[in-house]
Design a protein around this ligand. Structure first.
Ligand SMILES: Nc1nc2c(ncn2[C@@H]2O[C@H](COP(=O)(O)OP(=O)(O)OP(=O)(O)O)[C@@H](O)[C@H]2O)c(=O)[nH]1
Ligand SMILES: [Mg+2]
Length: 228
């Protein structure tokens, strides 16, 4: 993956404002404060291009970055931060869910999980839901610099079991030491291999083309969708 040049495209609060053009997109999801923005900065070789939050739960928009000329990286709002106003939370959950459900050019969701902790319910829900929607996803266990090598292996195995995946399906990462960066770039490249129209997800979809929305929603959208 070509990580330069990089430019900020938009901070999106409403579905109607999603960037047009059908460029392939890779979205980065995870709990609040898990290190999504730090991982993105590490990937693009910039110190603070993507805002690293001083207050968790602050990011409430989908932030789009253009990498090279033909790829969007999307920093998603973090979930699971209790102190966020419930109405606001429902509004952006609806935004994120609908984006993930319907965006045809979404190639992969990188699900970032703190290696130090047990799998949380919301992580499990999101992972299960991505699988049920057949949305390609890549688990990345981050902040590995905070654990010894032995602890890393032990914790990673626990998370693998909780997610029901094998060790080859995920990556270990540290935004601090940059460990895992090359492997992550290589894995993401594999999601960007041009697809044939026969796949049902052509390389250049119509701008307005949306995936059909399944009834199996990640969150209860009944009230929140009005806000979109
Ligand atoms: N030691 C260490 N610290 C990290 C790593 N990744 C992120 N951090 C720290 O974790 C905190 C949160 O990082 P962010 O990148 O802002 O996390 P985020 O997931 O984008 O947070 P929200 O946008 O609030 O959801 C910051 O203090 C980072 O410096 C890592 O790999 N190692
Ligand atoms: Mg962030």
């Amino acid at each position: 993956m070509q990580v330069q040049p990089i430019s900020f495209v938009d901070s999106v609060f409403r579905l109607a404002r999603l960037p047009e053009g059908g460029l392939p997109e890779i979205a980065f999801a995870g709990r609040s404060n898990v290190g999504k923005s730090s991982l993105l900065n590490c990937l693009i070789n910039r110190k603070n291009f993507v805002k690293v939050s001083s207050r968790p739960g602050k990011t409430q928009s989908l932030n789009f970055y253009l990498v090279g000329e033909d790829l969007h990286l999307v920093d998603l709002p973090g979930y699971g931060y209790a102190k966020v106003d419930k109405k606001l939370q429902a509004k952006w959950q609806a935004l994120v869910t609908t984006y993930l459900e319907t965006r045809v050019n979404l190639r992969c969701v990188v699900l970032i999980i703190d290696l130090r902790h047990a799998l949380k319910d919301l992580d499990r829900m999101l992972a299960g839901w991505l699988q049920s929607q057949a949305i390609p996803w890549l688990p990345v266990y981050t902040k590995i610099d905070k654990l010894s090598r032995n602890e890393q292996n032990r914790q990673a195995q626990r998370l693998d079991t909780a997610l029901g995946i094998s060790s080859t399906e995920r990556l270990l990462f540290s935004a601090k030491t940059r460990e895992g960066r090359e492997q992550l770039l290589a894995r993401l490249d594999a999601f960007l291999v041009p697809q044939t129209p026969d796949d049902g997800r052509s390389d250049e979809p119509d701008q307005d083309e949306m995936r059909p929305v399944e009834s199996n929603h990640l969150v209860d959208l009944s009230t929140a969708k009005k806000a979109l």
